[in-house]
Design a protein around this ligand. Structure first.
Ligand code: ADP
Ligand code: MG
Length: 605
């Protein structure tokens, strides 16, 4: 017999969840369902994320309600709009074969009149975020006097988000006789208090250790300089070509900046945060769910509770201020019995946080090395080899062209073809990682590495061997970043990016190095060129000349590429060629803001 049937779930629901792939109850479901089916008790369910809490309360709810009636009988409160929609959808899926089930999702940011209309039409289950729910209660548009069950989902997060008072007010609209079911991944004192104040002798069920993350998650961290964060992040992504990840940032601005930088660099990424309209958020989520997005860059609040299958990596671009959020973040991966990796990018000063996290979640973190450029390239190449081996060949279609293709390749050996083919796909990519520096630092390094780097930068002031340093009267105030100015120079003068060395972008001017042989070409190329009504002036810098430094690695790497497989090569390519260069070695360039400045906070670390 189906184990859900044995627990007391009706056939119709069992059929629906079987279609969803639920074969047997998860641990929290096994523990919660029998208690909740009695309908006699308040309940506290503590379980890590991804353990199936929605069905743990959702399935019993469907058994308790009278769907021949059309008034609200159950209210589910949850912290975010995304979660609200998700729970409502999940409940509808479980109820697919029950007639007359009406679920409404009530959340801010969406048209309230639609929600009011649905409520008027008659609903048995209301899934809501607290703010919008209060709004609707305030309009006297809903009657909660016959609500028998209230579910507080992700209770810890609702309290974190300051919904305590809203929850009080909403609960006061419901009858004293109702049962309250509280679900949470963690049990901080605030949640304990809610349980104490609003519940009567709740039955408490815990799955796993409190505050502990999912056992299927591997926790890794990378020790890097703050200013190398973005570059290191890209390497990690590049060395995981099949990554399907959520990247957590601390602020909305950081979220947006990272997403924009990634998009510019040709990655398939987008951001999710509270400043987006509901429509925008839904769109991003849909793209991510449909796997049309590879990297979702999100704030804690926006991505809270999100349930997307097969997320391979959670990346803490910045560690969360609240330790509990680490558990919530990492819980976006390794859902439904899958495995996943949670990655943290930390600098020397943040190492102690990792030790603290290890203590709190009771797991050890493994330090990983940021892959070297060559390893990333190899990984990418092998992935393409793999793809070539597994590509499906449409014999019918290809056969007609085969003779011509064969003829074209006649003079080439197999080895030649392979080399050329790989170069076609990877030249630019190879170029980008050529001479890519080691981004790892010594755990005991007290920022010494950073000082070395500064010295290196300064030493570069006097033009490198074989290069001449030029002055140009355009700079960051003209809204150029280094990549853009590189592109601008190349486009204007038609010299190759390879000819350009170090670029020193200042406010109203820029110094850049050009290979000695191309100096004239640059000066000539800018003759009479006008930028926004200003004459562009190029001069050989006074400090010019060759330094004694030998083969210094050029700062302007090749154009970023290798990501075309992930789409976006259209949109991402719209800017000038040089744009993608440089980021890695620019020592921050436009990315300073991502790293430094730790927000003053009431950190719990
Ligand atoms: P939580 O709320 O505990 O974080 P969810 O309720 O969102 O977890 O469930 C996580 C995932 O596991 C969902 O994709 C859900 O469909 C799936 N799931 C839940 N219960 C089962 C089950 N019994 N068998 C298989 N998959 C399940
Ligand atoms: Mg949940």
């Amino acid at each position: 017999m189906n184990p859900f049937l044995e627990l007391g779930i009706r056939h119709e629901v069992v059929n629906a969840i079987t279609e969803l792939g639920f074969e047997k109850p998860s641990e929290i479901q096994e523990k919660a369902i029998p208690v909740l089916l009695t309908g006699n008790d308040d309940f506290v369910g503590l379980a890590q994320t991804g353990t199936g809490k929605t069905a743990a309360f959702g399935l019993p709810l469907l058994e308790q309600l009278d769907f021949s009636q059309k008034h609200p009988q159950a209210l589910v409160l949850c912290p975010t709009r995304e979660l609200c929609l998700q729970i409502a959808k999940d409940l509808e899926k479980y109820a697919k074969y029950i007639d007359n089930v009406n679920v409404v999702a009530v959340y801010g940011g969406a048209n309230i009149s639609d929600q009011l209309r649905q409520i008027r039409r008659g609903v048995q289950i209301v899934v809501a975020t607290p703010g919008r729910m209060l709004d609707i209660i305030g309009r006297k548009a809903i009657d909660f006097s016959q609500v028998n069950y209230v579910v507080l989902d992700e209770a810890d997060e609702m309290l974190n988000m300051g919904f305590q008072e809203d929850i009080n007010n909403i609960l006061s609209e419901t009858p004293d006789t109702k049962k309250t079911w509280l679900f949470s991944a963690t049990m901080p004192a605030e949640v304990r208090r809610i349980a104490k104040n609003y519940m009567t002798d709740p039955v408490e069920m815990t799955v796993g250790t409190k505050n502990t993350g999912n056992a299927n998650i591997e926790h890794n961290y990378y020790l890097i300089r703050a200013k190398d964060k973005y570059a290191a992040f890209k390497r990690i992504v590049d060395s995981n070509p099949d990554i399907f990840g959520i990247v957590f940032c601390r602020t909305k601005i950081e979220t947006q900046e990272i997403a924009e930088a990634l998009i510019k660099d040709g990655y398939n990424a987008d951001s999710l945060h509270g400043d987006l309209s509901q429509q925008q958020r839904d769109k991003v989520m849909k793209r991510y769910r449909d796997r049309n997005l590879q990297l979702l860059i999100a704030t804690d609040v926006a991505a809270r509770g999100i349930d997307v299958n097969n997320v391979t990596h959670v990346i803490n671009f910045s560690l969360p201020d609240e330790i509990e959020n680490y558990t919530h973040r990492s819980g976006r991966t390794a859902r439904a019995g899958k495995t996943g990796i949670s990655i943290s990018l930390v600098n020397i000063k943040e190492q102690s946080k990792i030790r603290h996290l290890e203590k709190v979640i009771g797991k050890s973190f493994e330090r990983k090395e940021v892959p070297q450029g060559s390893a990333v390239v190899e990984k990418q190449l092998l992935t393409i080899v793999d793809k070539v081996q597994n590509v499906e060949i449409n014999e019918d279609q290809i056969n007609q062209f085969l003779p011509a293709i064969m003829e074209g390749f006649e003079s080439l050996s197999k080895e030649d073809i392979v080399k050329r083919f790989a170069s076609l796909e990877f030249n630019r990519f190879l170029e980008y990682y050529k001479d890519a520096p080691d981004l790892n630092i010594d755990a005991r390094d007290n920022g010494r590495g950073d000082r070395d780097f500064d010295r290196g930068e300064r030493r570069d002031r006097t033009g490198s061997k074989g290069f001449t340093r030029l002055f140009m009267n355009l700079g960051s105030v003209d809204e150029f970043n280094r990549g853009e100015i590189l592109g601008y120079i190349c486009n204007t003068t038609k010299i190759s990016g390879k000819s350009i060395g170090k670029i020193d972008l200042k406010g109203v001017f820029t110094f850049f190095e050009v290979q000695d042989a191309d100096v004239d070409k640059v000066i000539q190329g800018f003759k009479g060129v006008d930028f926004n009504g200003r004459n562009v002036r190029i001069e050989v810098s006074g400090e010019g000349g060759s330094s004694d430094r030998g083969n210094r690695s050029r700062s302007g790497g090749g154009e970023r590429s290798g990501r075309s497989r992930f789409g976006n090569s259209g949109g991402g390519d719209r800017r000038s060629g040089g744009e993608r260069r440089e980021r890695e070695r620019s020592g921050g360039g436009g990315f300073r803001d991502f790293s430094g400045k730790r927000r003053e906070s009431k950190s719990k670390y």
